[in-house]
Design a protein around this ligand. Structure first.
Ligand code: 5GP
Length: 190
């Protein structure tokens, strides 16, 4: 895809409030459209196929890798694949909208490398690893082992923050919303 279309990448260690900030931006700017990733994990709770993710089998996912259907893909969690489909970005651009990708840190770096001059990348930073631990514990879904694994992963992912265009420290959600809205507003103006 050679045409110079814009896109926005939002990334963060897990538990940084990335999803809330993404949702806020989508509500604020009607010209944005959420890029629905393909994923091999099962749908959770109220998630809808084709809206939250394209939930596909591992076999279909691997077929798409062979067909080079992805802009990027990662095994984000053990045995679970996630990827951004080229057709998804094309679909959004054809609607004259700007895709918003909520993806993990490695995936974000890969996308950014492919669209260096037309992408805006936001890294959402948790205030501290201690605070992150509190938030993850607050979810009540983590075992001691998976909590430690997530914290280790978060510390590793934090070390990549300088690769991104903007770093937003999410110590207060309202402040982070305002900052993200200003940055995206400026990007859309250019
Ligand atoms: P969850 O399973 O909690 O929905 O998402 C797990 C992680 O996968 C999140 O950090 C999310 O941003 C990331 N993710 C979602 N879609 C993609 C994708 O297409 N590519 C990559 N690399 N990561 C993704």
């Amino acid at each position: 895809m050679a045409f110079p279309h814009k896109l926005i990448i939002i990334t963060a260690p897990s538990g940084s409030g990335k999803t809330s900030i993404t949702k806020h931006l989508m509500q604020h700017f009607p010209q944005l459209a959420f890029s629905v990733s393909a994923a091999t994990r099962a749908a959770r709770g109220k998630e809808v196929d084709g809206v939250d993710y394209h939930f596909i089998s591992e076999e279909d996912f691997k077929q798409k890798i062979r067909e080079e259907a992805f802009i990027e893909w990662e095994m984000v969690y053990e045995g679970k694949y996630y990827g951004t489909l080229k057709t998804e970005l094309e679909r959004i651009w054809l609607q004259n909208k700007i895709p918003v990708l909520d993806i993990d840190v490695k995936g974000a770096i890969h996308v950014q490398q492919q669209f260096p001059s037309t992408s805006l990348s936001l890294f959402i930073q948790p205030p501290s690893v201690e605070e992150l631990k509190k938030r993850l514990m607050g979810r009540g879904t983590e075992s001691e082992e998976s909590l430690q694994a997530r914290l280790n992963k978060a510390a590793y992912e934090l070390s990549f923050k300088q690769h991104f265009n903007e770093v937003i420290i999410n110590d207060q959600l309202e402040k982070a919303y305002a900052e993200a809205t200003k940055i995206v507003g400026d990007f859309l103006q250019d």
